[in-house]
Design a binder for this molecule. Structure first.
Ligand SMILES: O=C(CO)COP(=O)(O)O
Ligand SMILES: O=C[C@H](O)COP(=O)(O)O
Ligand SMILES: [Zn+2]
Ligand SMILES: [Zn+2]
Length: 307
């Protein structure tokens, strides 16, 4: 069933578990996510970036929304990193139930002003809003304190930002970053900062963690073994994810892990079966591989069995 982002996340925050927001770009990814959610009886968020809207167009958004509506578990259809008011309006017209406006690259006042405008439009039609404060930069342990302060979310600013904009959930920068390279070795996650932000915003306020993929080493190795090229890839440790959930994170964004599972399995199938050219025999196994990744994430986040 199609629900708002806030319906899913306020319950998650209150009950102390996390819900995955998984990026989708096509039918197989969408099915992998929803099949996992049904199998695990978990609420889930289907995230579409501007890149996804450009790639898949109206056909993609229609398919995703219909699939979400037909699901037997709560599903929100969410705009990921919307960069403008215009994109948000497009998402509202497409029937999204949650939107993100990301003006974190602008100065604080501009971020507040632009985010506020989106909140007015989205709330008028009952759609939840996420915005971001701080820079999503991979942080290593040895980075100096003032350098960290310049990049990561300032707790006091976070409080003012939420009050002035009226957003429903806030994406925080605490050391994670997008993609498969999240800092050498173990990425530094600023748990103390997260605790402070959550303390100021209150026990019920849902926070969002971007760049949260685990980048499973087993998949990285299989990708390489199948001829893929990837550097020193690292993700966020499962312990850090669970700790962050206990500290106030309710929405956990994952894209890289799905891309890695997809590309690995496609490579393996094509390598093992040079005679195959039926798209279903190539993409079907990739869908299975992604489903397993999503199911493992749902268990890790504690959302399994909550729907
Ligand atoms: O934050 C994300 C999407 O908004 C995805 O993060 P990953 O690159 O870690 O999967
Ligand atoms: O945060 C970014 C997501 O991984 C989506 O990436 P994309 O903009 O390439 O679709
Ligand atoms: Zn390494
Ligand atoms: Zn993101």
């Amino acid at each position: 069933m199609l629900v708002t982002g806030l319906e899913i996340l306020s319950q998650a925050r209150k009950q102390g578990y996390g819900v995955g927001a998984f990026n989708t770009n096509n039918m197989e990814i969408t099915q992998a996510i929803l099949e996992a959610a049904e199998a695990k009886r978990s609420p889930v968020i289907l995230a579409l970036s501007e890149g996804a809207l450009k790639y898949g167009g109206r056909e993609l958004t229609t398919m995703v929304r219909e699939a979400a509506r037909d699901a037997s578990v709560p599903v929100a259809v969410h705009l990921d990193h919307g960069s403008s008011y215009e994109t948000v309006l497009r998402a509202l017209r497409y029937g999204f139930t949650s939107v993100m406006i990301d003006k974190s690259g602008e100065d604080f006042e501009t971020n507040v002003r632009e985010t506020r405008r989106v909140v007015e439009a989205a709330h008028a039609v009952g759609v939840s809003v996420e915005a971001e404060l701080g820079r999503l930069a991979g942080i290593e342990e040895h980075v100096a304190v003032d350098e960290k302060d310049a990049l990561l979310t300032n707790p006091r600013e976070a409080q003012v930002f939420v009050e002035q904009t009226g957003i429903d959930f806030l994406a925080v920068a605490i050391g994670t970053s997008h993609g498969p390279y999240k800092g050498k070795g173990k990425p530094f996650i600023d748990h103390a900062r997260l605790v402070e932000i959550a303390g100021l915003l209150g026990d019920d306020y849902p926070l969002v963690l971007h760049g949260a993929s685990g980048v499973p080493q087993e998949l990285v190795q299989r990708f390489r073994a199948a001829g893929g090229e990837i550097g020193d890839a690292h993700g966020i440790a499962p312990e850090d994810i669970q700790k962050a959930i206990a500290e106030g994170i309710a929405k956990i964004n994952t894209d890289t892990d799905l891309r890695l599972a997809f590309a690995t399995r496609v490579r393996e199938v094509l390598n093992a079966e040079p005679k195959v050219f039926d798209p279903r025999k190539i993409l079907g196994p990739a869908r299975e591989e992604m489903r397993k990744v999503v199911e493992a994430r749902m268990d890790l986040f504690g959302s399994s069995g909550r729907a």
